[in-house]
Design a protein around this ligand. Structure first.
Ligand SMILES: NC(=O)c1ccc[n+]([C@@H]2O[C@H](COP(=O)([O-])OP(=O)(O)OC[C@H]3O[C@@H](n4cnc5c(N)ncnc54)[C@H](O)[C@@H]3O)[C@@H](O)[C@H]2O)c1
Ligand SMILES: O=C[C@H](O)CS(=O)(=O)O
Length: 481
């Protein structure tokens, strides 16, 4: 791995400002080559409790800093991340596989949350409320929740951490992060830069090891007052149950099943570009990517032909070896799931327009795929594909497609292309999703509230709302005045 600053390549956990090893280790693989690139520590339950204690000890002084002091440290961290953007991107592509261009973009996206909450730290406003008695005064103050646990996924190994750590620290909380065991190197490098920025020991802690064992420690600890989880709906439900015994606040960013609807009055070329941007980013391994493409009858044939033609031109290769459009899938399980989705659709009369098989590069590479004549009885209609496969469904009437779009337990992101203003308002208001993009294929930004409804999650990340997830409200009544 070619880094300008090799000290950013860490193979140790980060607890209370110290880099920590363990007798037992876990290998980390490069999905483009299958090679082992690192070994990370398998911390035990006692190590996790040490990290929790470290975060608890650091909380008192961290919350006592002024918002401006916390803001200054966050901004310094932001600057160091951007100064080391290339190395952070190399680490990410090596452990996760996405093209280097996407990794650089993700580092910038993650940093944008740190910059945003460096500012929001100063806006944790309270209230003065007119009392019902002249002898009383009523205040509402906002206080940090306390020690936070964060568990994050492999698909965006930098941004999903930044999206939690930034508001948590801005609010005055301290945090223990368990990154995915598949992509821990980005987290370690972020911690190294946080330390260089002057963020005190114990404020940020990174732990690695057996996910189930660490999760049990984090969710059962009464010191930890909040869990922020990003990952699959199944694991999110499990962790939410585990948090119930100690009534922790939870933020859950879970799975998706995004509809992408193209109406007759859409700009077809724009819709094609938006569909490609939405579907094939990170090889389709994205929670908000298009999962079901619905095209209205009047433009269906034209759309699928042009869309498949454009998809067939997408390039596939190792993210560090060239500016490819798509890298490998994360692991063998992801490859098998993608294959099963395609096989199921073809067995149910789906029509293959391009791709539909593992790439000639072998390994974990899979061809960008388009399937026409997709139907509601296919797996890809109800399940999150999480691979580079676009099933195209045909629809006739607006009401029909709204029914199909909402026919899912998920409610994260939805997209549609249309130009009729009345339709834009009708459809926006009818879609049961936390986020709706109109005539755009990518909606993620630090300034807007990111999150879902139904089984896609609880709470929001980013925007002014994201800070609330790490604050408690205190009502103060002053009498005898
Ligand atoms: N809504 C969002 O913002 C968002 C963002 C990224 C990914 N996701 C979702 O995440 C999923 C893909 O990520 P993934 O494969 O890493 O998900 P995952 O749920 O398998 O793992 C997520 C994290 O949870 C940990 N984990 C797994 N089992 C655990 C357990 N029993 N106890 C404690 N921790 C446990 C993993 O080690 C990892 O760190 C997809 O469903 C995707 O939609 C959602
Ligand atoms: O996979 C889920 C991420 O939240 C995607 S994004 O980077 O926020 O668009």
């Amino acid at each position: 791995m070619k880094l300008h600053d090799t000290s950013l390549f860490k193979q140790q956990a980060y607890v209370n400002g110290e880099w920590v090893s363990a007798d037992k280790t876990l290998p980390v693989h490069n999905p483009a080559t299958g090679n082992v690139i690192a070994y990370i520590p398998m911390l035990g339950a006692s190590d996790i409790r040490t990290a929790i204690k470290a975060a608890e000890s650091a909380f008192h002084d961290w919350r006592a800093k002024t918002a401006a002091e916390r803001s200054t440290l966050l901004r310094q961290w932001y600057r160091l991340i951007l100064d080391n953007q290339d190395d952070l991107a190399t680490l990410m592509t090596t452990e996760q596989g996405k093209p280097l261009r996407e990794s650089k973009a993700e580092v910038g996206y993650g940093a944008s949350f740190i910059e945003w909450y460096a500012e929001e730290a100063k806006r944790a406003y309270g209230d003065l409320i007119p009392a019902t008695r002249s002898s009383q005064r009523i205040m509402v103050t906002r206080e940090p929740v306390g020690v936070v646990a964060a568990i994050t996924p492999w698909n965006f190994p930098n941004a999903m951490i930044a999206r939690k750590v930034a508001p948590a620290l801005a609010a005055g909380c301290t945090i223990i992060i368990k990154p995915s065991e598949l992509t821990p190197l980005s987290a370690f490098a972020m911690a190294e830069l946080a330390e260089r920025a002057g963020i005190p020991a114990g404020v940020i802690n990174i732990v690695t090891g057996d996910a189930k064992e660490i999760g049990a420690e984090l969710t059962s600890s009464t010191i930890i007052r909040k869990l922020s989880f990003t990952g699959s709906t199944a694991v999110g439900k499990l962790l939410m149950k585990q948090c119930a015994d100690s009534v922790k606040k939870v933020s859950l960013e879970l799975g998706g099943n995004a509809p992408f609807i193209v109406f007759d009055d859409a700009n077809v070329e724009q819709a094609i570009q938006g569909a490609i941007a939405s579907k094939y980013r990170n090889s389709g391994q994205t929670c908000v990517c298009m999962n079901r493409l619905f095209v209205q009858e009047g433009i269906y044939d034209e759309f699928v032909e042009k869309f498949a033609e454009a998809v067939s031109k997408l390039t596939v290769g190792p993210g560090l070896d060239g500016d490819f459009n798509q890298g490998p899938l994360i692991n063998e399980a992801a490859l098998l799931k993608t294959k099963s989705m395609v096989d199921d659709a073809l067995a149910k009369k789906g029509r293959l327009l391009t791709g539909g098989r593992p790439h000639s590069l072998g390994g974990l590479f899979y061809e960008p795929t388009v399937l026409a004549n997709a139907a509601m009885d296919m797996k890809c209609y109800q399940e999150e594909i999480f691979g580079p496969v676009a099933p195209v469904f045909r629809f006739h009437h607006e009401d029909d497609v709204i029914t199909m779009a909402n026919d899912t337990r998920y409610g994260l992101a939805a997209y549609f292309y249309a130009n009729d203003l009345s339709r834009v308002f009708r459809v926006t208001e009818s879609l049961e999703y936390g986020m709706v993009a109109v005539n755009e294929g990518v909606l993620s930004t630090e300034v807007a509230p990111f999150g879902g409804i139904k089984e896609s999650g609880i709470g929001r990340e980013g925007s002014k709302y994201g800070l609330d997830e790490y604050l408690e409200m205190k009502y103060v009544l002053l009498g005898g005045i």
